[in-house]
Design a protein around this ligand. Structure first.
Ligand SMILES: Nc1nc2c(c(=O)[nH]1)N[C@H]1C(S)=C(S)[C@@H](COP(=O)(O)O)O[C@H]1N2
Ligand SMILES: [Mo]
Length: 412
């Protein structure tokens, strides 16, 4: 008897979640209308560059220098592809990768990426990376409790890693044992008005106290960001979802400045739960690249890990009803506080790494252990630490810093 009531309650709750999810999706649709045009232009640009760089150079849309960079990059991309195709080292992965490349020309183009290869350096040039931003990392994650959630995978239901609700997985946390080098994040919303006037009433156009750091590099404490958001209320998680989470004894998601992601999964979302060995059994790669934060600092860093493209080849996206592949990938920390969106193309880039090591040692928690993203073709804020979810998406996914006014594309 009481079973029937619980069932009805559950159905009722599910209907609420679905309604809220739909509202968030409608919001995303509107954003997509706005941002989608830029994305479409970007992917067309890649095609045009690959097909006829000379015409593009004449068009005068780019400087000569950037044209040369693009042309070299495209050539580098082709070179890489030929190398991959012949490489006996990657034999194990050739088949799935090739299969994927064959079935969809769009994805094969992805290997040339949005901007070609980022420059690499010798290990001797690398240094210890500073720490920047601890959203989604405020507690230490118990390593054994780590699982990677993957959503939107082809034939997921037929795989042994399939579960009918990935959100039901319980990550375990403990209070931070050690902290990294002083954690700070000095970004503010680029269009923030609250910091435009300093104590003396003078206009501080750069928001840097006259330090000449430029508009994106704010000298003040991170707390100055609070209250500077433009949209205010709509950044908050829907109250129904919050209440439901509470009932389930779950910490509400999206507890930081940007609020809850509109791509956060509703309870009951099926997918895969992967243990780390699904990633660490892929071919290992090392990369020494320059890490660039939008705040104006950069450091050469030695990374070790696994190609995101290899994981995607192992667990490719399900096709849509019209046979096409989803265009985006969404990632989130296990607690949903930090999140990033990417084109599938950027994720297929050979230098997009699921990093598990830095400077030849296992990643520290504050750098995103057990696994964070390193994507040298993008700014640091896209390089999400402690990846809990990788979901294929049809529409432009939500992105933490984009919500606070930064560029979604964030390309270098
Ligand atoms: N989960 C999470 N990932 C994150 C951030 C964050 O606050 N939380 N900050 C981003 C920003 S702005 C930068 S510059 C880099 C910094 O990486 P690091 O701390 O390993 O140097 O991480 C990115 N990834
Ligand atoms: Mo950053």
């Amino acid at each position: 008897m009481s079973d029937g009531r619980e069932e009805r309650e559950e159905q009722e709750q599910r209907r609420k979640w679905e309604k809220e999810k739909k509202d968030r999706d409608d919001d995303l649709d509107r954003d997509w209308e706005r941002n989608g045009e830029r994305e479409r232009r970007d992917s067309r640009a890649v095609e045009v560059e690959a097909l006829n760089p000379a015409v593009r150079a004449q068009s005068g849309q780019r400087t000569r220098r950037s044209f040369l960079v693009a042309a070299t990059a495209v050539a580098g991309g082709y070179g890489f592809y030929r190398w991959l195709d012949r490489s006996p080292m990657d034999m194990r992965l050739q088949e799935p990768l090739r299969h994927m490349l064959r079935v969809n020309a769009k994805v094969s183009r992805a290997i040339f990426d949005e901007r070609g290869l980022a420059p690499t350096y010798s290990v001797a040039k690398s240094m210890e990376l500073r720490t920047n931003g601890n959203y989604g990392l405020k507690m230490d994650l118990v390593p054994e409790s780590y699982r990677l959630q993957m959503v939107g995978v082809e034939n997921a239901r037929g795989l042994p890693q399939y579960v009918d609700d990935v959100t039901a997985w319980d990550y375990e946390y403990v209070a931070k044992k050690e902290t990294g080098p002083v954690e700070h994040d000095t970004k503010v919303r680029p269009k923030s008005e609250t910091n435009a006037v300093d104590g003396a009433g003078k206009v501080d156009a750069n928001g840097d106290g006259g330090a000449g750091l430029g508009p994106m590099m704010k000298g003040g404490p991170a707390s100055t960001m609070v209250g500077s958001r433009a949209k205010g209320e709509d950044q908050k998680a829907p109250s129904e979802l919050l209440a439901a989470m509470e009932k389930m004894k779950r910490r509400p998601r999206g507890q930081e400045e940007a609020g809850m992601s509109r791509n956060t999964l509703i309870p009951g979302t099926p997918g895969l739960l992967l243990k780390m060995d699904e990633v660490t059994s892929l071919p290992h790669h090392e990369l020494v690249t320059e890490f660039k934060c939008i705040e104006g600092w950069s450091q050469v860093v030695h990374w070790g890990g696994y190609r995101l493209a290899d994981l995607i080849a192992k667990f490719p996206p399900a096709r849509k009803a019209d046979g096409s592949l989803p265009k985006y990938v969404y990632m989130e920390t296990p607690d949903g506080d930090y999140y990033c969106g990417f084109s599938l193309q950027a994720c297929m880039h050979p230098q997009s790494l699921l990093a598990t090591e830095m400077g030849g040692r296992p990643l520290a928690q504050w750098h995103g252990a057990p696994m964070r993203l390193h994507m040298p073709i993008k700014y640091g804020y896209k390089q999400i630490k402690r990846i809990g979810l990788i979901a294929y998406a049809d529409r432009l996914p939500d992105d933490y810093w984009t919500k606070l006014g930064y560029d979604w594309y964030a390309g270098l």
